[in-house]
Design a protein around this ligand. Structure first.
Ligand SMILES: CC(C)(COP(=O)(O)OP(=O)(O)OC[C@H]1O[C@@H](n2cnc3c(N)ncnc32)[C@H](O)[C@@H]1OP(=O)(O)O)[C@@H](O)C(=O)NCCC(=O)NCCS
Length: 206
């Protein structure tokens, strides 16, 4: 089946590597923001811009948001909302090198990248990224539009609200809740709950 990738930056390249390894999707092309000068990504052509959604839907009904997410989830969130409203189907994609245990539920448009691990009965909402070598342990609940970055660890029963980034290498104590729209800095140790909208930098959080 064909799929369009919305966003042709660095994260798109990593997702292409997952899709190629997974093998069940044919990448029909990349869709860039209006005004972008990118012509292709890893040999896949830019076939349109994000102001042509109806035309693109006729070309291919399946899509994935491949814009990256660090300081804000808003661009990924906005594209996801527009794609679903236009009628695109957003599949869940799991790298064949990842481990997803029994009882896991993954939302539409979520990608589990190479060597990531999602433990039994964990859930991940829609349009989220479980990045390379991240660990989402048993019974954890990650919201929609989240990014669990490379090598981050969410221990058992951790809850993460919508739109939150857990930075690379951060470690979150079992059972704690991290709110919506937070940014947990790379390498942080999170031992206590984090309220919505926090920039978590350990002692210097704001
Ligand atoms: C938190 C973060 C967004 C700050 O980046 P920034 O806005 O460019 O800010 P700076 O690096 O200039 O740092 C600003 C302040 O935050 C502190 N800070 C930055 N990163 C920190 C970290 N990981 N832990 C603790 N403090 C940190 C800095 O010491 C600095 O404090 P100061 O002003 O007192 O010197 C960034 O460090 C980060 O963690 N990004 C996520 C990276 C990531 O995981 N990417 C995913 C790739 S898959």
């Amino acid at each position: 089946m064909d799929i369009l990738l919305f966003g042709g930056g660095g994260h798109c390249k990593a997702v292409i590597d997952v899709i190629e390894a997974e093998g069940s999707w044919r990448i029909a092309g990349i869709v860039e923001a209006q005004g972008s000068t990118t012509r292709d990504v890893l040999g896949y052509p830019v076939v349109g811009h994000d102001d042509q959604l109806e035309d693109l839907l006729r070309l291919c009904p399946n899509a994935l948001v491949t814009v990256g997410q660090i300081k804000s989830p808003s661009i990924r969130q906005r594209i996801f909302t527009r794609l679903t409203a236009t009628g695109f189907m957003l599949p869940t994609i799991v790298s064949p090198l990842a481990r997803v245990a029994r009882g896991v539920r993954l939302g539409a448009g979520t990608v589990v990248m190479h060597y990531a691990q999602v433990g039994p009965d964990a859930t991940v909402g829609a349009n989220s990224i479980i990045n390379t070598r991240a660990l989402v342990e048993h019974d954890a609940a990650v919201g929609s539009h989240c990014h669990v970055a490379t090598t981050a660890v969410l221990n058992g029963q951790v809850v993460v609200g919508d739109g939150t980034l857990i930075g690379s290498g951060a470690i979150c104590r079992e059972g704690i809740t991290i709110g919506a729209n937070c940014l947990v800095a790379m390498g942080s140790r999170v031992r206590k709950p984090v309220t919505d909208g926090t920039l978590y930098l350990g002692d210097k959080s704001r």
